[in-house]
Design a protein around this ligand. Structure first.
Ligand code: PLP
Length: 378
């Protein structure tokens, strides 16, 4: 038995012929870069998110970097984000020349704790990048209210939250701009790299359409010093097909999350908090356990592939260097990183697989070598 964290093979088996036909039509047409499929996907994804514009780019990191730059963020500026995130969030801020200011997350929902914004604020603060981590939207009302009162931009890192909603509105429509990644394992993923910025600001959208394509919207005229970061037509064609399944896939993820909750309700671990709303799209189902590494190893021995998102807080990554500010010690980030465990979940995970993972996890927690360590205290 092997249970992968994400089963892309089954996803592509289920869509096989449709995807191959779409790719073949791009090959027949030959409009590989910024072709008809890219324009159609951009329109459909903007509409899906409830925003006016979508600009396809090369990947999620570029989406974050270019969105920040489009809003004028650069050297001398500070951007507040959360320490428990993928390294891309912080590195994108650094790529603009600005300084990331990293705060802790709310221990209940793993997202940026808005109560910490005042201590992170400085005269240089220009923007906040909330991350909708694991597929759950950050506390956007509090973040937007703080941003409004201090004249800051809000750029959503929605790379794990395709289709997640906050008070009835979708991720991607909750700030000035939002960055998405279409890395294959995301809730909406292509057959390679891809990304997009979603915004309702026409000036930002126009700027990005030019900047992603060598600063050019008219052939051979380069208005600004641009980049080459484009969502190619084959990826867009595949994403258009998958977008039509995203709602059903996200509901399936919610169903499986519910099953995990039922199976694990008596286990010695911390489940993701559940406020009863179906706004979470469970990109990841993350639990916390004592003696995590022993549990992880034992599950691996049983053919169950789990993940850790993320084992090293970004401020401890060598990539960040000295170019960040830590206004306080992010205690939850630094302690939870030793306990978090991402269990297999994707729309193609079977109920029987969830039950098997839960069973093996419970027996791993009961094993004496695993129980030996005292639970962490905060
Ligand atoms: C995946 C991810 C990114 C980066 O996306 P890429 O397409 O891999 O560059 C950024 N932020 C978060 C939170 C992510 O999960």
């Amino acid at each position: 038995m092997t249970i992968p964290l994400v089963n892309l093979k089954r996803q592509h088996q289920s869509l096989g012929a449709e995807i191959r036909n779409a790719i073949e039509s791009v090959i027949d047409r030959g409009d590989f870069i910024l072709g008809r499929e890219t324009a159609a996907f951009e329109e459909e994804f903007a509409a899906y998110c409830g925003a006016k514009h979508c600009i396809g780019v090369g990947n999620g990191l570029d989406a974050l970097t270019l969105a920040l730059k489009a809003l004028g963020i650069g050297p001398g500026d500070e951007v507040i984000t959360v320490a428990n995130t993928f390294v891309a969030t912080a590195v994108a801020i650094q790529h603009t020349g600005a300084t990331p200011v990293l705060v802790d997350h709310d221990p209940d929902n793993y997202n940026l704790d808005p109560k910490l914004l005042p201590i992170a604020l400085s005269p240089r603060t220009r923007a906040i990048v909330p991350v909708h981590l694991y597929g759950r939207c950050a506390d956007m009302d509090s973040i937007n209210e703080f941003a409004r009162s201090h004249n800051l931009y809000v750029i959503e890192d929605a790379c794990q939250a395709h289709g997640a909603t906050y008070k009835g509105r979708r991720a991607g429509s909750l700030g000035h701009a939002a960055a998405f990644s279409f890395y294959p394992g995301k809730n909406l993923g292509g057959l390679g790299d891809g990304g997009a910025v979603v915004t309702s600001d026409l000036a930002v959208a126009n700027h990005l359409r030019s900047v992603r394509n060598y600063g050019s919207t008219v052939k051979n005229h380069h208005a600004v010093r641009g980049y080459n970061s484009r969502l190619d037509s084959i990826q867009a064609a595949v994403l258009r097909i998958k977008l039509r399944h995203l709602e059903a896939w996200n509901s399936r993820r919610c169903q499986l999350a519910k099953l995990y909750r039922n199976e694990l309700c008596d286990a010695q671990l911390t489940l993701p908090s559940d406020d009863g709303h179906e706004d979470h799209v469970y990109h990841l189902f993350v639990v916390r356990v004592a003696n995590r590494d022993a549990v992880l190893a034992r599950l691996k021995g049983q053919g169950i592939e789990c993940g850790i998102h993320y084992p090293t807080p970004v401020h401890q990554q060598p990539a960040l260097g000295e170019d960040f500010r830590l206004p306080h010690c992010p205690v939850y980030t630094e302690s939870f990183c030793h306990e978090i465990l991402s269990l297999p979940i994707c729309p193609f995970t079977e109920e029987s697989e969830v039950q098997a993972v839960a069973r093996e996890l419970i027996s791993a927690l009961d094993a004496s070598d695993v129980r030996a360590a005292e639970p962490m205290l905060y």
